[in-house]
Write a protein that binds this ligand. Structure first.
Ligand code: FMN
Length: 276
């Protein structure tokens, strides 16, 4: 039922606007967000109503504010919705043990979103720490930090966190301790942008050398490829030592690991290419 969480920021708001059709569904017995119903929770809960419509709660709250609602009013209809579906909410509140043994206190996860809030040298900033602290205070079981780099040469964009020998341990320690209050987990998503590494600050390198309109990159050598598992393992170990609860490996969205699975990026004819 609960499908995810999102930060109700301006671009997310416009993204969510099409989905929630605010105002069209605010008076029926299924709609639980009404003009005037504003929750101060910093989290935007993405819920799925019985009709399978999604409602981005905090985004709707912000829209309600924009429509002149009083932001101090608590949503009564949210509470009655929860009461009417208490079995489902009971499940959402229950703990979840992952196959790796980590125990999450409930079913709420903040999806990995590259936040560009590191300081440009790969270390956390106070703003970034505050953001993850607020997710924890809001009650998530786990926050994933999008695109944390183990190899600073291939960032997805400026402002990615970097876990490595030069990491500022004091700032990372502060991030972990403040983002794990109330029993929340904090997990970095280990990234490597490969051919799509952010060009102005890197020299992109993917499975194969490419020179097409809008995309030029070098190709990885066999040694480059063989070094990858050790890089991921080293970064995961650093994460563990720093107190993160686990790591997530980013293998989607067109970045390095998914480039290996794509014939558009992977034109190799050695053991790392060919048909899957
Ligand atoms: C601003 C932004 C940054 C994102 N960055 C990442 C990322 O670093 N890693 C990732 O796996 N997904 C990233 N995503 C994708 C989200 O984690 C999520 O999978 C996606 O928004 C789909 O979820 P939704 O259907 O609930 O919106 C990002 C999404 C947004 C909007």
């Amino acid at each position: 039922m609960l499908i995810g969480l999102a930060i109700a920021e301006a671009d997310r708001l416009s993204y969510s606007r099409e989905r929630i059709r605010f105002g069209e569904r605010n008076s029926g017995n299924r709609g639980f967000v009404q003009p005037g119903d504003v929750d101060l929770n910093p989290l935007a809960l993405c819920c799925e109503a019985p009709s399978n419509d999604r409602i981005t709660f905090a985004a709707a709250s912000q829209l309600a504010s924009a429509h002149g609602a009083d932001p101090r009013r608590r949503s009564e209809s949210m509470e009655s919705y929860m009461a009417a579906h208490s079995d489902s909410f009971h499940v959402l509140q229950g703990p979840l043990e992952l196959p790796c043994g980590a125990i999450l206190k409930n079913r709420l996860a903040k999806a990995p979103m590259s936040d560009s809030l590191a300081n440009g040298a790969g270390d956390p900033t106070e703003a970034q720490i505050r953001l993850y602290e607020r997710w924890a205070v809001g009650g998530v079981a786990v926050s994933f930090i999008g695109e944390v780099q183990g190899d600073p040469r291939f960032p997805e964009r400026p402002g990615n966190l970097v876990l490595g020998a030069r990491t500022d341990q004091k700032m990372i320690g502060s991030l972990v301790s403040r983002a794990t209050i109330a029993g929340a987990h904090l997990w970095p998503q280990l990234g490597h942008a490969g051919a799509l590494s952010h060009l102005p600050i890197s020299q992109p390198k993917g499975p194969s050398a490419l020179d097409i309109e809008g995309l030029q990159c070098a190709g990885m050598s066999i040694d480059d490829i063989r070094e990858l598992p050790a890089m991921y393992a080293r970064t995961a170990l650093l994460a563990k030592t720093a107190g993160f609860g686990g790591v997530l490996i980013h293998a989607g969205h067109g970045f390095l690991l998914s480039q290996f699975l794509s014939p558009l990026f992977n034109r190799r004819n050695d053991g790392y290419g060919g048909s899957i």
